[in-house]
Design a protein around this ligand. Structure first.
Ligand code: PLP
Length: 445
């Protein structure tokens, strides 16, 4: 594949942008390919190379790169009416009503501009609502570029995970391992009266993909109830992707107090949102005393795109299609791994998939979960499949990034460049895309 034009663009970008990119995950080795345009489930780069795109903008693009006709019409009509006003519009109300009708935990919602803004505001809301400072997070979980959660370590020995964050911020964050009910009980035993919230992705979606073990979210729910803390589900990735329009909370049957959204809820435009019981969400200004504000919040074009996106999903076989392709990919990759790399663990659910390059093979790989790890205690891989962020980090992360990713890219298949982020199917992807991708896996593994 020729990448001359991408190399030239990257050369120029390095002079004017830190690392040549506007988001750190985009700086693939040795240089990223620059996208010229999308086409259904594919992207075409600046040199005219075509790739099957399973990155899907890191999650927002439920329909791939072609907007369904009603989405495109709504976007164009709102953009041409004047892109934004700094005053409320009807489309914000319609979108809020739709979300409140479909997501179990949501009565009231505040729209913002990114998933990061949503989780920052949710943590501030929980602290303001409870009058407490401490927040429990999962080791390896990701909640965007926010000071309170870019933290690593253990409860009582937590430190910022990046330069630029004062140590004192990390004092209020209690990182525990995902899927470990005892660790959760212990942290509540020690700090229960000071814990404002547990902030957790229903599925660790930025770290492998790690499904919860049976009963884990119920344990968190009970602990929060017993100690007067809020349970916040970060559904920035899983929202309107896992569990359909009811989101992951409906799939798992656990209702959080507060939910953060991003990605799909904005129909491919910049977005975030914080939803929950009205009694809690109304602590945001101007109804309450927890400051929250934004020039672009509830942007009419984003609201129109997000609203039409979700309405289209309600009226068409969108989730059936994306979940079927997701299952086919996971089943196909599981078969290929059983043959060529039995130590690898295929993970994912609904329209999400990934292969974690774990190091230990089960005795009989054919006895494993056939369509992606379910944390099933009867599965032959249960003892070794990743359950925490640390388990995923212990996999062959370099092999994914330096060898496998390149091999797949050379075969015209675009995957996330690192071991930790997941892949997504879209309504635009086809059975042929799945077959070609499996063929590339077969050759590359
Ligand atoms: N929360 C989760 C679970 C995410 O996956 C992300 C981003 O990938 C964020 C928060 C931050 O969202 P954004 O990148 O829109 O700021």
């Amino acid at each position: 594949m020729n990448h001359e034009r991408s190399r030239e663009l990257y050369d120029r970008a390095l002079s004017v942008m830190p690392g040549g990119v506007n988001s750190s995950v985009r700086a693939n080795m040795p240089h990223p390919f620059f996208i010229e345009r999308g086409d259904g489930g594919h992207v075409i780069d600046a040199d005219g190379n075509r790739y099957i795109d399973w990155v899907m903008g890191y999650g927002p693009l439920l329909y791939g790169h072609d907007m369904p006709e009603p989405v495109e019409a709504a976007v164009q009509s709102h953009a041409s009416a004047g892109p934004m006003y700094g005053a409320p519009t009807g489309i914000e109300v319609e979108h809020a009503e739709f979300v409140a009708r479909h997501v179990p935990s949501v009565e009231s919602i505040r729209f913002v501009n990114s998933g990061t803004e949503a989780t920052v505001s949710a943590v501030r809301l929980a602290r303001g609502y409870t009058g407490r400072d401490k927040v429990v997070v999962m080791q390896g979980g990701y909640h965007g570029a926010q000071e309170s959660t870019l933290v690593e370590g253990e409860p009582g020995d937590a430190h910022p995970s990046t330069a630029g964050i004062p140590e004192s911020f990390a004092e209020h964050t209690l990182p525990i391992p995902f899927n470990d009910p005892e660790a959760a009980a212990e942290v509540f035993e020690e700090h229960g009266d000071d814990i404002a919230a547990v902030l957790v992705e229903p599925i660790l979606a930025n770290m492998g993909i790690v499904m919860p073990v049976d009963g884990y979210h119920e344990t968190l729910r009970d602990l929060c109830d017993d100690h007067g803390s809020l349970l916040i589900f970060d559904e920035v990735i899983t929202g309107f992707r896992v569990g359909g329009l009811g989101c992951a909370q409906s799939k798992f049957g656990v209702t959080p107090d507060v939910t953060t959204f991003g990605k799909i809820i904005g129909g491919g435009f910049p977005v975030g949102a914080i939803g929950g019981q009205a009694e809690i969400i109304e602590h945001f200004t101007p109804a309450g005393d927890v400051f929250q504000s934004g020039t672009f919040s509830g942007h009419p074009v984003t609201m129109a795109a997000g609203h039409e996106y979700l309405k289209y999903a309600a009226e068409n076989d969108v989730y059936e299609h994306v979940n079927r392709l997701g299952r086919k990919l996971r089943e196909g990759i599981t078969e290929i791994c059983a043959e060529r790399a039995p130590e690898y663990t295929v993970v994912g659910t609904d329209s999400m998939f990934k292969t974690i390059f774990t190091r230990d093979a089960p005795d009989d790989p054919s006895e494993c979960c056939p369509a992606g790890c379910r944390q099933d205690p009867d599965c032959g891989r249960f003892e070794t499949c990743p359950k925490t962020g640390a388990d995923v980090a212990a996999a062959e992360t370099d092999r994914w990034e330096r060898v496998f990713w390149q091999e797949m890219t050379d075969r015209g298949v675009f995957l996330t460049a690192n071991q930790f982020e997941c892949q997504f199917t879209s309504y635009a992807h086809t059975e042929e895309d799945v077959e070609r991708t499996l063929e590339a896996y077969r050759e590359a593994l």
